[in-house]
Design a binder for this molecule. Structure first.
Ligand SMILES: Nc1nc2c(ncn2[C@@H]2O[C@H](COP(=O)(O)OP(=O)(O)OP(=O)(O)O)[C@@H](O)[C@H]2O)c(=O)[nH]1
Ligand SMILES: [Mg+2]
Length: 255
């Protein structure tokens, strides 16, 4: 069994239940009183997935102060944490359409903008580092507080389940609905996230391999004499050269 370290970023508007999610799944505790998190809060847990052991660390990060550019908010630290993250939970509250819209529009854009602008390598928490060209990440879309729309309270739902599922499948992630009372469902979310993260990491490795191969070919090519360079740029030239040489020697023999 291999052991991996992974930091999971929980991203969403203030009050959607980021801290509650991490506390419930990591410590099986629930806080009923709302205490806004003022800096990235952390929780830890171990989870076995597909025969491997994952040591998980949670960073919960509120989108609201980033979005409204709250004065004094440590954006540089947050940006670096988000840019380096391999695994992201996009969390919204299913009783708040606004929280869904912000996380799927502003939050999604924010994640990709950081990757497009980031020039530093992500160190992540995976054991094998050196991911200088990595930019993909694992992700799940999670609607929280499903307990609030049960039975007679169904009219409190502001985000239809199929709307979220449609968006999720459009961007290639899985969608879930959870609440802070059912820890098993939260674990299922994490397992799906870890699998998606491993998939993203494999795609990154393949991309990196292509980049390395191209670089190697370029370097090798730079050392070759001019004629060989032309041939390696246009492999058809090599075949043509063989044909011409054999035609030439045939016609010489015929003479
Ligand atoms: N009914 C219900 N309430 C929840 C659930 N999850 C969180 N809450 C409540 O929602 C409020 C906000 O939860 P937090 O976990 O503090 O939210 P947060 O996203 O960490 O908020 P910030 O730290 O301000 O960004 C608290 O009153 C929680 O008790 C849930 O699944 N169901
Ligand atoms: Mg919080």
């Amino acid at each position: 069994m291999s052991k991996f370290y992974l930091t999971i970023t929980i991203l969403g508007e203030s009050g959607v239940g980021k801290t509650s999610f991490a506390d419930k799944v990591a410590h099986d505790t629930q806080y009923h009183r709302y205490a806004p998190t003022i800096s990235p809060a952390s929780a830890h847990m171990s989870l076995q997935v597909d025969g491997d052991l994952y040591e998980l660390n949670f960073d919960d990060i509120s989108l609201t102060p980033i979005r409204v550019r709250e004065p004094g908010f440590a954006n540089a630290i947050i940006n670096t944490a988000v840019r380096k993250s391999y695994a992201v939970v996009l969390l919204y509250d299913i009783t708040s359409e606004e929280s869904y819209r912000q996380v799927t529009e502003f939050g999604w854009q924010y994640l990709w903008d950081l990757r497009d602008s980031g020039d530093e390598s992500r160190t992540g928490d995976y054991e094998e580092e050196n991911q200088s060209e990595t930019r993909k990440f694992g992700c799940v879309l999670v609607g929280n507080k499903v307990d609030l729309v049960q039975g007679d309270n169904s009219d409190k739902r502001e985000v239809p389940k199929d709307l979220a599922e449609e968006w999720a499948s459009m961007v290639g992630v899985e969608a879930f609905e959870v609440d802070r009372f059912d820890r098993n469902v939260l674990e299922d979310v994490l397992k799906a996230l870890i699998r998606n993260t491993n998939w993203a990491k494999r795609r990154d490795e393949e991309d990196n391999e292509v980049v390395r191969d191209r670089q190697k070919a370029k370097e090798e090519n730079a050392e070759k004499p001019e004629e060989q360079k032309r041939i390696s740029r246009f492999p058809a030239l090599k075949r043509l050269k063989v044909v011409l040489t054999s035609t030439k020697s045939k016609s010489q023999r015929a003479k």
